[in-house]
Structure formats: C-alpha cells, structure tokens
Design a protein around this ligand. Structure first.
Ligand code: P61
Length: 470
C-alpha cells in the first residue's frame, strides 16, 4: 500500500476535467509489437516510416489525413450513396454544404486535396509566374512548379523559429509580398496561396486581421487570393481563442468570415472534414470555374463526382457539418494540447506554440550532434518507432526536397518530426504512452548517429526514399 492520492489531469491543473463529445461504438484492435519485430520491420522499410506496413505499427501518428473516425451518421450516410454516373444527389448535398459552411459559389469534388491543387495550378498559373505563399507545402508547391510557377515564401519570419511564441505564426508578411509585387509586377503573380493553418510551420494559424489586410492588398493590385482550407476549422479555433472580438463567435461563423476574404479554396477533406477520402475546389469566379470544370473531367471524373463514389460525397457533406461544431474542435485540439503539455513539462524540444493537428518535435535540439545532411528528423522518427511502435513523420530536409532549378537540397530552418493526431481515434491513455516513449527517446538522445539516403525518387522523395544507419 502507498499513501499516494491519485489526481485526474484536471485536478492536477487546478480545473475541472473535460471529455470528448462522443462515445465509442466500434473498436479496431491494434497490433502490439516487440522490439525485435520493429527492428526487422524498420530495416525492411529502409528507415522510412512511410514504407512501414500498418500491421507493424502500434500507435499510428504518421498523419491526420484520412485517418479520422467517422461518426455513426457518416457511416449511415454511406448507405445513402447515389452511384449515378452523372448528377448524383450526394453531389448536390456536398455542393450545398460547401456553399453554406464555406460560402463559395461554385464547387467541384476531387479525389483528395492534391487533385484540387492540380486543377487550380493548371488553370490559374501561367509559365514563369510567381506564386507567393505562407510557407510551402509539399504537394501544393509541386503542383505549382509542375504548372510552371515559381513558389516564393512570404510567411512572417517568426514561422521559421520553433521557439518564437507569437500567436499567429501563419501570417503573411505583407511587406515581403509587396516587395515581390514591386519587383515582379502584379501581372507576374499568378495568385497568393494562403494556407490556414500552416502545416509545415507546425500547424500555425493565420489571424483574421492578416487575411483581411491581405485581401485588401490583393484587391488593390488585382491579384487573386486562394485558400488552402484543409485545416480551416482549427485555424478558426485559434482566432476564437486569441484574436480580440472573436471570443463570442462560433467556429462556423469565423470560418465563413475567413473565406469571405478569399476568392476560392482547395480542400483536402481528409483532415477537418472527418472523411477517409475526398476533397474539393471551390471558386467564386465563373470563367475560371468553367475551365476547372472542364479540366476535372480529364483528370478526376465527371464534375458531379470528381473521382469519388456518391457515398464518399455524402460522408463528406455530413463531416463538414460535424467539423464546424465548437465542442468537436475544442476536444480535438484539447487532445493535441494534452500531449503537448506533458512533453513541455518534461523539457522536450518542440515547436511552440503548439498548433492544431500535431506536435512537431524539434529534431535539431534533440540531436545537436547531427548535421542536417545526416537527417536528424528522419532519425528521430526511426528511434521513436523502434522504442514503442509509434509511427511519426519526418518534416525536415527530406520533405523539403530539391530546388527545381539548381537541383540542390532545400535546407529548411525547421527540422521536425511530426506526431500527428487523428481525429476521434485515440484515447488519453494512448497519449500517455506516446509521451513516455518520446521521453525515453529524448533521454537516449546522445547515442543517436544519423542516417544516409541510399535511394531517392524524383518527386516527393520523402514518401519512398530509403536510408541506412551511419
Ligand atoms: C498530411 F507527408 N496533408 O499532412 P491530400 N494541403 C495541406 C495538407 O496538409 C495536405 C494537402 C494539401 C497530409 C497528407 C500528406 O508531404 C505530404 O488530400 C495543408 O493529401 O492530397 C495533405 O491533400 C494535400 C502527407 C501529403 C505528406 C503530403 O499528412
């Protein structure tokens, strides 16, 4: 017997505990793995967590993309799939959901986010034009480059500093954008590419003040402003929490206002919208939309299904509505923060403030003994997997790829390993196991030796590259 008095997490923090606004109706058994099995699996996967089989993974924090749990209403919606080739009733439900929650006029479905990125890049970029954006995202920048565009990072400097505590590290630096416009001329800017939140910066939000000012700047120069709305509801949560005047507004109202300052958006519905597959592109400009609607039939499918089954569109329409509920967003981000709080208390280096979808461990500070060319973040992902079967993702020099014109590695300031939390999937106990594993790997940090890349594919190399220990 000990005389320890146990306390809930809420009590330890001097507040009442909160819990998720759902209960579990169906479970999926996990594979419990042993160290020797993990060593074999990681070697076979070339030290790349993307190449592991999910059967060899215990807690899968590779991504929050398509990995969320659908609700009973969404599963019921699958049975309402209207699989007509043309004019499926589920398309009209989806179109209406996008129009009413995001506020754009014209909508095409796509098989996922990059399908929409392809369409907007091919229709809105002329070869040689610049595409300024608030930090690159891998697939977004690649599609812009494949369309002949030149991506220019115009995010605020704070975004590149993992310990800068500014509340809106996703903001565009308007001075950087104005300088680009002055130097290149507004005609040579295809559009401004604005992501909310900013994935590669650690899930950092954009303020309403910034998108408003950006809208005004773009309007003055006749430049379009397009939004990557993939995690917009998480962005809305941070506005509600941090920006004066928004505390009493709902996530839905904030999201809608945010979109109103933009000319259109692309979406990977696999994130915010709680589905396993799907996306869309929405615009307010009819002539541009007409081009998109024509191109979609070449690459995705007819403009009323865009590569999706009718049932997928139904699940997405329902998911959009669920994603906009304040209680849902609060508990989703609350879980990310629960894990972050433990890690912060234990002195684990990570990007601060913590964003909406993930914890980004700062691999440079984990492994100061490793040069960036020895892939510290890839090494950290491998060590975490070996320790406990937790799968994370490299977001550093491997993800950044090579400069399209010089062929050299991009060396990003941020060298991060992402622990991404799927929505409505794992429990607080899973988060405890994750936190303890990160701590164990941190405690063993002095022994890490780094990796060398032995196979490098041409596009989006991080997905399929192979490594060996140094
Ligand atoms: C992710 F390692 N994200 O975060 P698609 N915009 C934004 C995304 O986060 C995004 C897409 C567009 C993923 C999946 C993924 O380098 C990677 O539906 C802000 O995945 O086509 C996707 O949407 C593209 C993982 C994508 C990666 C690219 O895990």
């Amino acid at each position: 017997m000990t005389d320890t008095v146990h306390k809930t997490m809420g009590q330890q923090s001097g507040r009442r505990s909160w819990a998720e606004p759902w209960k579990i109706k169906m479970v999926e058994p996990l594979t419990m793995t042993r160290r020797e099995d993990r060593e074999r699996a990681l070697t076979e996967a070339g030290y790349n967590t993307f190449l592991l089989r999910s059967d060899d993974v215990y807690i899968d924090l590779l991504t929050d993309s398509g990995t969320s749990a659908m609700s009973d209403r969404q599963w019921a919606g699958l049975m309402l799939g209207d699989e007509a080739y043309a004019g499926s009733r589920n398309f009209y439900r989806l179109e209406q959901a996008v129009q009413s929650w995001y506020g754009y006029q014209y909508v095409v479905p796509t098989h996922q986010g990059r399908g929409a990125e392809h369409l907007i890049s091919q229709t809105a970029i002329r070869k040689g034009q610049y595409v300024p954006g608030n930090m690159y995202f891998t697939t977004t920048r690649l599609h812009q480059e494949l369309a002949g565009g030149i991506f220019v990072d115009v995010i605020v400097d704070a975004a590149h500093d993992p310990s800068d505590l500014s509340p809106f590290k996703g903001d565009v630096d308007l001075a950087k954008l104005e300088q680009l416009i002055r130097e290149q001329g507004a005609d040579n800017i295809a559009y401004v590419s604005l992501a909310a939140t900013v994935n590669m910066a650690g899930g950092q939000p954009v303020s309403m003040a910034n998108v408003k000012a950006l809208h005004e700047l773009c309007r003055r120069h006749g430049i379009k402003l397009f939004l990557d709305a993939t995690r917009l509801v998480e962005n809305a949560f941070f506005i509600q929490e941090r920006e004066a005047g928004y505390q009493d507004k709902s996530i839905a109202a904030i999201s809608r206002e945010f979109c109103s300052y933009t000319d259109g958006a692309w979406m990977s519905a696999k994130k915010d919208s709680l589905v396993n597959i799907g996306g869309w592109l929405a615009l307010n400009d009819w002539p541009l939309f007409e081009e998109v609607r024509n191109l979609v039939v070449v690459y995705e499918g007819l403009h009323t299904y865009g590569g999706l089954a009718g049932r997928d569109m139904e699940a997405m329409a329902i998911g959009i509505e669920e994603s906009m509920q304040d209680d849902h967003v609060r508990s989703r981000i609350g879980q990310v923060r629960y894990l972050a709080q433990l890690l912060e208390d234990w002195g684990i280096p990570m990007v601060m403030p913590v964003g909406g979808h993930a914890i980004f461990l700062d691999a440079r500070r984990f492994y100061p003994q490793l040069a960036q060319g020895e892939f510290p973040a890839q090494t950290l992902a491998a060590e975490l997997y070996l320790d406990s079967g937790i799968r994370s993702m490299e977001r550093g020099v491997v993800s950044a790829g090579r400069d399209a014109s010089t062929g050299d590695h991009h060396y990003p300031k941020l060298e991060l390993t992402r622990l991404t939390i799927p929505r409505r999937v794992y429990t607080q106990a899973h988060m405890d196991v994750v936190a303890e594993s990160v701590k164990a790997v941190f405690d063993a940090r002095a022994a890490a030796r780094g990796l060398k890349m032995v196979y490098e594919p041409k596009y989006l190399r991080f997905f399929q590259a192979r490594f060996e220990p140094l």
